[in-house]
Design a protein around this ligand. Structure first.
Ligand code: HEC
Length: 236
């Protein structure tokens, strides 16, 4: 072999190797696209948690890619909006190539945009457009035991029968929590469980419907009890 032919063979080998290498790069799993699969174009109330935002990462527009890191980020909110949240922002795709997160709309009406981007390949991204179209319901006013609940007990005779007789005292919150023969008269945070609600209902769990002998309480009144109990039966 001449020196010339050795160099030539080396050159051909190098070309073959580099060529082969190029081909390998072409078939390596490299995310080519990200699609929003569910959750785009949702509308809701300000402050509402929306249905999950789901993306699918595909190779050559066909094969799902597992284990690709997707970064979700909030890229636009209406002026002055606060409390919008995206708790799960960096997510790996599952075997179906999917990654998802949950978004809660902020305090202001208008457009919110959430971008989903492939971390290893930032050009590959999609944007979800979400809109708050309705004001959040105003918070329920706080019910006071002394100025709302106790006057009802007085007006409807509860206090005259349960102010020291019939095993139950309803004059104070500690007395209601201590309850009567059948346990606590209120279960804080759970109106449906609470004896004063069950005993004033059309189907008392034992004994008579309260107030004993009637006239019974309209729903508008028992609703005050319910709200006070569900707000924690505070001694306020
Ligand atoms: C006329 C008297 C009378 C009035 C008015 C009355 N109760 Fe009673 N209450 C009783 C008697 C007697 C019992 C025990 C027998 C029974 O459970 O039916 C009782 C039992 C109860 C119990 C069950 C206590 C336990 O642990 O066994 C609750 C709760 C209760 N009353 C709440 C109320 C509330 C709330 C009101 C007002 C809306 C009210 N009662 C009005 C006479 C009265």
């Amino acid at each position: 072999m001449t020196v010339r032919s050795v160099i030539l063979t080396g050159l051909i080998l190098t070309i073959l190797l580099v060529g082969g290498g190029c081909q390998d790069l072409g078939t390596a799993p490299f995310p080519h696209s990200i699609l929003s699969t569910a959750g785009n174009n949702q509308t809701g109330k300000a402050g509402q948690q929306l249905a999950p935002l789901v993306v699918t990462v595909l190779h050559q527009g066909l094969d799902a890619l597992e284990g690709v890191r997707v970064q979700f980020s909030i890229v636009e909110v209406p002026a002055g909006a606060i409390v919008q949240t995206l708790p799960e922002s960096s997510v790996l795709t599952d075997p179906q190539g999917r990654a998802s997160t949950v978004f809660t709309l902020g305090s202001k009406l208008g457009m919110y945009r959430v971008k989903a981007e492939v971390v290893s390949n930032p050009g590959v991204a999609t944007v979800f457009t979400l809109e708050a179209t309705e004001e959040d319901a105003p918070p329920e006013p706080e019910i006071s035991f002394r100025s709302d609940v106790l006057p009802i007990f007085q007006r409807h005779g509860c206090l005259s029968c349960h102010g020291g007789t019939n095993n139950l005292f309803v004059g104070t919150v500690p007395q209601l929590l201590a309850g009567g023969l059948n346990g606590p008269a209120v279960t804080p945070g759970n109106a449906n469980e609470s004896l004063i609600i069950r005993k004033t209902s059309t189907t008392p769990p034992f004994g008579d419907r309260m107030p004993q002998g009637g006239p019974y309480l309209p729903d508008s009144i028992t609703q005050v009890f319910r709200t006070w109990i569900n707000q924690g039966a505070k001694d306020n």
